[in-house]
Structures are given as structure tokens and as C-alpha cells.
Design a protein around this ligand. Structure first.
Ligand SMILES: O=C(O)CC1=CCC(=O)O1
Length: 260
């Protein structure tokens, strides 16, 4: 896996899949590493060259000092594409990954074919929940918020049915570097990309989770209705819909990206 330098921050990047096929870049949710895409990798790598990466402050990437912004995350992605000498990719980002996708779609449209913005938001009307989370993590580490976060990621039904997958997701969250996690929460506490959405011209699919309370269907609808021509699919899942409903998520991604 290459480590790619983005203005002094080393980003852990993985490139797999069909050589010469169209390229799809995947972007993670807060508190997740590139491993969150494992349920999709077998199917996606048959059709696409797939790029995954750990956002700065997460996984094996450098925990560069904050503050972080969506622009910083977007410029990290452009640094990866430049380093790999890739002109254009399709984008699928979940949660924070979808927020970075909004920034890229509006600010670097020539580098992106189609966009998939899953379980995401363009702004938070109530940023206090992020300030409370920052406070709790500063006092008690990620363990202090882990159960509540996991309850938002996966429905109770899924957690009871799939305890091993749930435990794996919780370990991933708990392994997040605290400083990187906090810097991302700070970026979320000031998020407002509403003005960017009408500038997005790429064909866009918005994916929402029927049981997602972190970024509810109303947040997805706000994004869909402000991006010209965007469509929306609702999946029977909570926030991390690609893990909770891997087949429905993969089918939505492949269907949208391969349709003419
Ligand atoms: O981790 C969460 O609580 C949910 C979330 C919101 C933005 C994001 O990336 O994850």
C-alpha cells in the first residue's frame, strides 16, 4: 500500500481491482478506516480499479495537527490522484466521505465522473451535539462515546443478529487516534456546504438509511434537491449502510455507476 504525501501528511492509500477499468474512489466515515469497505471490495474490484485511503488522523495515515476542514480533506484526495497520475475517478463517500465528495464535486468537477453521497449531510442545524461529543472524548477518550456511536451506526436488530461484525466495527472506532478523531469532530461542528450543492454538475446518487438518525433522510433530501438532476435511494439500514446492507449498497453503487 503506498503512503502518499499531502502537504506533509502521509496518507495510507490502497489501489486494487481491475487494471484499466474505470476508477472508483471510496471515502470513509468518521472513526473508520479503509477496512469499512471490505463488504464491497469483492464485487467492486471485478468492475473497477478501486482506490481506498485512510483520512488524515485515521488508520495508518499521519495524525497531522488540526484544525481540519472539508477543503483540507478534499485537497488530500487531489494529492492522492495527482500522485497516482489519475485524471478522473468516480466517487463514493459515506458520511464524512460524502461531505468531502460534495466539496470535490463543487471545487474540482473535472476530476470526478459520477458522485455517490451516502448517509451524509451538508450542514448540521444543531452543531452542539458535536461540541458535546468533543467534550466527552476529551474527558474520557473514544470509549466514553463508543456505545452511543455504534447505536447510531447499526440498528439494534443488526447488532443483535451480527455481534461479530458489530464488535469489529467497535474495535475500529476505538482504535481511532483521539487527536485525529477530535479534529474531524471539530470540522463537523462548523460544517455548512449548502451553497456548494448547486455547483455540483456530476451525475449524483444520494443514498440514505431508513433508520439513520445521524444523517437522516431529511438531510439526504436536502442534498438531493439542491444538486441538479440528483437521484436518491433509501436503504433499510442505520448510518453505516454499506456494512448493514452490503448487497443493497453494492447493487446501488454498481447499478448507478454502470448505467449510461
Ligand atoms: O460517527 C457518527 O456518529 C456519525 C457520523 C456523522 C458524520 C460522520 O462521518 O459520522
Amino acid at each position: 500500500m503506498p503512503m502518499i504525501d499531502a502537504d506533509g501528511c502521509l496518507l495510507n492509500v490502497s489501489v486494487e481491482g481491475r487494471d484499466g477499468g474505470p476508477t472508483l474512489m471510496l471515502s470513509n466515515s468518521l472513526g473508520c478506516t479503509l477496512q469499512m469497505w471490505e463488504p464491497q471490495m469483492k464485487a467492486l474490484t471485478q468492475v473497477f480499479r478501486v482506490i481506498r485511503y485512510d483520512r488524515r488522523g485515521h488508520g495508518k495515515s499521519t495524525v497531522a495537527p488540526g484544525p481540519y476542514t472539508m477543503e483540507r480533506f478534499g485537497r488530500d484526495v487531489l494529492a492522492i490522484l495527482d500522485d497516482l497520475n489519475i485524471e478522473k475517478v468516480h466517487w463514493c463517500g459515506l458520511s464524512m466521505g460524502g461531505m468531502v465528495g460534495q466539496w470535490l464535486g463543487a471545487n474540482a468537477p473535472e476530476r470526478f465522473g459520477k458522485l455517490i453521497l451516502a448517509n451524509t449531510s451538508c450542514y448540521y442545524a444543531e452543531p452542539t451535539k458535536w461540541l458535546e461529543r468533543i467534550d466527552a472524548v476529551k474527558k474520557g477518550g473514544i470509549a466514553a462515546v463508543a456505545d452511543a456511536v455504534i447505536a447510531g451506526w447499526l440498528t439494534q436488530d443488526f447488532r443483535e443478529r451480527e455481534p461479530a461484525i458489530t464488535a469489529k466495527m467497535k474495535s475500529m472506532l476505538l482504535a481511532s487516534p483521539v487527536e485525529g478523531y477530535l479534529a474531524c469532530c471539530e470540522a463537523l461542528s462548523t460544517l455548512d456546504q449548502r451553497a456548494l450543492l448547486p455547483k455540483i454538475k456530476s451525475p449524483t446518487l444520494v443514498i440514505a438509511g431508513r433508520h439513520d438518525v445521524a444523517t437522516p433522510i431529511s438531510a439526504a433530501e436536502l442534498i438531493r434537491s439542491n444538486i441538479p438532476g440528483a437521484s436518491m435511494t433509501i436503504i433499510d439500514a442505520a448510518h453505516i449502510s454499506n456494512v448493514e446492507q452490503p448487497h443493497a449498497f453494492t447493487d446501488a453503487v454498481v447499478g448507478f455507476l454502470t448505467q449510461r
